[in-house]
Design a protein. Structure first.
Length: 414
């Protein structure tokens, strides 16, 4: 019996029969068909969150709603003025141009207005001239489109150069190449651009100051969260190379957030161009915007955290000579990181609430000094006995000192 059992266990599995193959294919189709359903559900949830965020209060979602409604209003106004008021038979061009003129900033609206009007003029005039020379629509397209597509790549046109070629196609397809038709089309383009820019500048002009504060606050909060996570793992002595790699990924996310902050700062500066004085009063923009020095400060914080995680990764690598400090020292160091994390979270709240007028917590400063002195004493005591661990601890302690100096308000402004 035992021999038979062993033989049966060594028998290779049989190939699946037709029925089993059919069930497997049906299951695969069901799983594949479920993916679009999950995608639709996820997109629906995201849309729902965006709608709720727009209803809760000011934010990026509400700004998108405002800009979309403004673009629609600009197109409707341009159509009414061109078609019903002026009675122009070529009223299509005005709402088309007005629709794309409502941009993220008033300055970008003006810049795009100039670029698009120039591209439309070039497309209309070149298409009309090509039609007059060739006398045939296909020949005119063959002559004008290559030139216009080359011009569309000119940096001066930005992303509006393609409108020269599309305007040429529209002009030749509608067979409206007479002098009056060209004049109507160019006039409608200028009218649409003027209406789009006016709506964008006078109706809740876009001023992107909130994004700077939100990104700065998020950077401070995420830095505190990462330091808390590192401190927790160090205290529990439950970390290895994989854990250190996770910390490194967290510091990379901080750097990505820093890039987003720089982008928001550029948008903020551009949104203030041509919107000072009365236009800014119409928008009721936030009165406090963190200065550029805050960006530089948190850029240094991000760099110190990156250096800290890199040191821990080297210490956790079994193939490298440096070794991490013992568990007792790491628990003390973890408490120091927690104090720095608390300072980061406090800075995040101050950035959202207004100018950082608070002072450093005296008790936290006293605790930090005590922990620092304890770590310094351990550093001196182990300098001769454990040089590798001492080197790692010295590097970690230096980064902690740098982080404390940057994150605590009094130390940062001293």
């Amino acid at each position: 019996m035992k021999r038979e059992t062993e033989d049966s266990q060594q028998t290779p599995p049989r190939a699946p029969g037709p029925a089993r193959q059919h069930r497997a294919r049906a299951l695969g189709r069901a799983v594949t068909g479920a993916r679009p359903v999950r995608t639709v559900r996820e997109e629906a949830r995201r849309a729902g969150r965006a709608v709720r965020a727009a209803g809760r209060g000011p934010g990026r979602e509400r700004d998108l709603v405002v800009q979309s409604l403004k673009a629609a209003a600009a197109a409707l106004t341009a159509w009414f003025v061109a078609s019903d008021w002026l009675g122009d038979p070529m009223a299509l061009m005005a709402p088309w141009v007005a629709l794309v003129m409502v941009q993220a900033t008033v300055f970008s609206s003006l810049r795009r207005a100039a670029q698009q009007c120039t591209a439309i003029c070039a497309g209309t005039l070149l298409a009309s001239a090509a039609q007059a020379v060739t006398g045939h629509t296909l020949g005119a397209l063959a002559v004008s489109l290559p030139v216009l597509m080359l011009l569309s790549n000119w940096s001066r046109f930005g992303d509006q150069g393609i409108y020269g070629a599309t305007t040429a196609v529209f002009t030749l397809a509608s067979d409206s190449v007479s002098a009056s038709a060209v004049g109507h089309r160019l006039g409608q383009a200028v009218l649409g651009a003027a209406i789009g820019v006016a709506v964008n500048a006078l109706v809740l002009p876009p001023i992107h100051l909130r994004d700077v504060r939100e990104n700065l606050a998020a950077l401070a909060r995420e830095a505190g969260d990462l330091l808390c996570a590192i401190a927790g793992d160090l205290r529990d002595a439950d970390w290895d190379a994989r854990t250190a790699s996770g910390w490194s990924s967290g510091s990379a996310r901080l750097e990505h957030r820093l890039e987003t902050l720089h982008s928001a700062r550029r948008w903020s500066r551009e949104s203030l161009r041509l919107t000072n004085g009365p236009l800014r009063a119409l928008r009721r923009a936030p009165s406090y915007v963190p200065p550029d020095t805050e960006d530089e400060r948190w850029s240094r914080v991000t760099g110190h955290i990156r250096a800290l995680t890199r040191t821990l990764m080297v210490a956790a690598d079994e193939n490298r000579t440096p070794e991490p400090p013992d568990a007792a020292v790491l628990r003390t160091y973890a408490r120091l990181l927690e104090l720095i994390a608390e300072a980061c979270h406090a800075e995040s709240r101050r950035l959202l609430e207004g100018p950082p007028t608070g002072t450093a917590d005296a008790r936290a400063e006293e605790t930090r000094r005590e922990l620092h002195q304890r770590l310094q004493a351990g550093l001196r005591a182990r300098a001769d006995q454990e040089p590798d661990r001492t080197a790692v601890l010295g590097s970690l302690l230096l980064q902690a000192e740098n982080l404390w100096a940057e994150t605590v308000t009094d130390a940062a402004t001293a």
